[in-house]
Design a protein around this ligand. Structure first.
Ligand SMILES: CC(C)(COP(=O)(O)OP(=O)(O)OC[C@H]1O[C@@H](n2cnc3c(N)ncnc32)[C@H](O)[C@@H]1OP(=O)(O)O)[C@@H](O)C(=O)NCCC(=O)NCCS
Length: 155
């Protein structure tokens, strides 16, 4: 029997919709699944595949969060299909984003975290900042961030 393979790779904005739609925008039109900045050259979309089946997605956009110094990535569209949850796929996608941040010498990743996803981000060393706020049609969120590095030495 063939061994199961799980790989993370870069995908297109269009590819993400197959997961964003059922997980993040269920019951809403597909058009609601596209984010501003999805097609920018600087935006990176990652997909995690389990035996060639796209199981989860995450998008990282160059976007500065005003409170912090330095250069930042915003994580958007973090989603894992129900049948693949709890297998470390979300973690693998975040790790891919952290590697990307290091390569780009970006010192912080932030996101608007749904209240239900806060414990997931906390587990991966993200911290909450500020009060909760409501995003219409989606629900209560917190801004969360993870410091990747304070400085990047030149080599
Ligand atoms: C949040 C989400 C991406 C997590 O993906 P996942 O693949 O199930 O998470 P992982 O298996 O990688 O979990 C990583 C760690 O976080 C923990 N974790 C995951 N979800 C958790 C939760 N809801 N509460 C507490 N801990 C959680 C896991 O136990 C695991 O810990 P471990 O390393 O000690 O075993 C997924 O549940 C999801 O798509 N949710 C719906 C969409 C959503 O809310 N997205 C976030 C939008 S801001």
């Amino acid at each position: 029997m063939q061994k199961a393979t799980v790989v993370v790779k870069k995908i297109t904005a269009e590819d993400t919709i197959a997961v964003r739609h059922p997980v993040l925008r269920a019951g809403r039109p597909k058009e609601d699944c596209y984010f501003q900045g999805d097609d920018l050259k600087t935006t990176v979309h990652f997909g995690i595949y389990d035996n060639d089946k796209l199981a989860g997605v995450a998008t990282f956009l160059d976007s500065k969060f005003p409170t912090f110094e330095g250069r930042h990535l915003q994580l958007r569209g973090m989603a894992v299909l129900d049948e693949f949850k709890g297998r470390g796929f979300g973690k693998r996608l975040l790790e891919a984003g952290e590697e990307l941040a290091k390569k780009k010498k970006i010192n912080l990743i932030w996101c608007n975290a749904r209240i239900l996803a806060v414990p997931f981000y906390e587990k991966l060393d993200f911290k909450k900042i500020g009060a909760s706020f409501e995003i219409p049609k989606v629900g209560i969120h917190f801004v969360m961030y993870k410091q990747i590095s304070n400085t990047f030495d030149s080599c």
